[in-house]
Design a protein around this ligand. Structure first.
Ligand code: NAD
Length: 483
């Protein structure tokens, strides 16, 4: 792989994301030769760390992934790391980062290329972007900024943040990261859809009755009650991960696999997204909160959660598009905390057919994203003994060796940033439409709250959500496939 010269500045270099994901991902890019002699990484945070202490952290973070490493290589990799103590809210501190970046640029002949990674709480994103601009931290080569989620908490706040970032970065330099887009089976959606005529030719409302996306988590809000109160499942999971998955499922076929052709088709789809009104939300959305058990808290009993909180830890809903491959197909989604198991899956429900064998038999295509990578398709055949239909699954599955080769989402996406490939990052115009949808649902819910008509379904922990979610479908013959 061609070596890319670059100085990478990580804001939040002592944080969890940097330690668990970014440093191991950068190590793998180093092992692949994409980062070689000509790169340096500046970790910044408020703590008074030394370069050596950061390097120890970097080495530990790679070791903790269980990767087979060579200590000499690892030490060589870590020697490219530098620490700069820095409070992002103090404008004067940016001079030190700028000077260090300039020095390292010369030392490593990084050709003025810069990547800025905002691995910090979202409330700092705008401040950092503003000071990168007014303190002139950008280099003379390429400049790219990676922005973590959440990108705003509404359309208006996302616009403000976007304007702050746009003051120093062009859209082609902004990488709004959603790690779901780096996952193996998410990147498999288009190849699966487009490279087999059996699948490609049925990808329309003529054959697909509905699509169901489930992102279930088994953990609760843990220590993040205060943050979660400002977010909820809709903003935390639907606005980004679920809508990105749905976009890949529903977009039309791009003219090529170039980033611009893929984003053009995504945009065409997203522009046709139906924005729900209050009536639609009442009919096709359910919000819920997990209930207590004998041993565990309910959401309302969690630390830093208001006792009368209406924040949803679960949401199920529907979205439809007026363009794209799945024009007019109901797409249902649900996500929640404290559900039965951690599982991300997509069920494509094919239309029932009247056939010579009497009953209408359903056929589904299921994509398991987490915890393992799998696709299966239901096949109907005759029963071996007696009459009637027997159902079996044809399965696409990785063996242990293949599973071990699957790269972490952050590694793929960081590679894309280093290589300047925006295919798997969210464009502003897509994001803005997603927020428009989320704002419409939030508005409908706040009207229900004000009118005293809020229905927050309590659901038992360890199940797949409230029973009320079984009623969101357009027709009585539809039901959740994963149950
Ligand atoms: P964290 O709290 O572990 O780390 C935050 C970092 O910011 C720390 O290095 C801290 O020292 C630094 N910091 C805080 N205030 C500062 C200031 N005023 N000046 C300079 N540095 C300051 O957070 P995290 O879990 O690493 O998350 C970072 C971002 O990544 C968030 O936007 C989060 O939503 C996103 N994210 C994290 C994960 C994950 O697995 N941790 C996954 C997906 C997205």
């Amino acid at each position: 792989m061609k070596n890319v010269p670059v100085v990478i500045v990580i804001f939040g270099g002592s944080g969890d994301l940097a330690h668990r994901k970014l440093y191991p991902a950068l190590y793998n890019l180093f092992e692949q030769g994409l980062l070689a002699e000509n790169f340096a990484v500046i970790g910044t945070a408020r703590r008074p760390w030394s370069h050596d202490y950061l390097r120890e952290q970097v080495i530990d973070s790679v070791k903790e992934t269980g990767a087979k490493t060579n200590l000499d290589r690892l030490t060589d990799f870590a020697s490219h790391f530098y620490y700069q103590s820095h409070d992002v809210t103090n404008v004067e501190h940016y001079t030190a980062v700028k000077d260090l970046a300039t020095e390292l640029d010369q030392k490593y002949q990084a050709q003025g290329n810069r990547i800025f990674y905002m691995a910090m709480a979202p409330r700092f994103f705008g401040t950092i972007a503003t000071h990168i601009n007014d303190q002139k931290l950008t280099g003379s080569g390429f400049n790219r900024i990676v922005v973590e989620k959440p990108f705003g908490h509404s359309l208006d706040s996302a616009k403000v943040l976007n304007d702050e970032i746009k003051a120093s970065f062009d859209e082609s330099e902004i990488y709004r990261i959603d790690h779901y887009l780096g996952k193996e089976m998410i990147q498999n959606i288009l190849p699966m859809r487009l490279s087999n005529p059996l699948i490609k030719n049925i990808w329309s409302s003529k054959y697909i009755k509905n699509v169901q996306v489930t992102l279930a988590e088994n953990l609760g809000v843990e220590a993040r009650g205060a943050y979660y109160e400002t977010s909820g499942a809709l903003r935390d999971m639907v606005q980004n991960h679920i809508f990105q998955i749905i976009t890949l499922l529903a977009m039309g076929e791009p003219a090529s696999l170039s980033s611009s052709d893929i984003h053009a088709k995504k945009q065409e789809l997203v522009d046709s997204m139906l924005i729900p009104d209050s009536e639609f939300v009442t009919r096709h959305f359910v919000r819920g909160q997990y209930d207590r058990t004998d041993d565990t808290f309910s959401y309302l009993q969690e630390p830093n959660v208001a006792p009368d909180s209406k924040t949803e830890t679960y949401v199920a809903g529907e979205v439809k598009f007026k363009a794209g491959a799945l024009k007019d197909v109901p797409i249902y989604f649900r996500t929640g905390k404290k559900m039965r198991e951690k599982k991300s899956r997509i069920d494509i429900v094919l239309r029932h057919m009247n056939n010579l064998y009497g009953q209408a038999h359903s056929n589904n295509i299921t994509i398991i994203i987490d915890p393992r990578s799998e696709i299966y398709i239901t096949i109907n055949g005759k029963k071996i003994v007696g009459s009637g239909i027997r159902r079996e699954n044809l399965t696409y599955r990785f063996d242990d060796y293949e599973n071990a080769q699957v790269a972490d989402g952050y590694e793929r996406l960081l590679r894309d940033v280093v290589c300047g490939d925006q295919t798997n990052f969210t464009h502003w115009s897509e994001l803005a439409k997603f927020w428009e949808f989320i704002d419409a649902v939030e508005l409908a819910w706040s009207k229900e709250n004000e009118a005293g008509k809020a229905v927050i379904a309590q659901y038992p922990q360890g199940k797949l959500g409230p029973v009320e979610a079984d009623e969101i479908f357009e027709t009585p013959t539809e039901r959740w496939i994963y149950e």
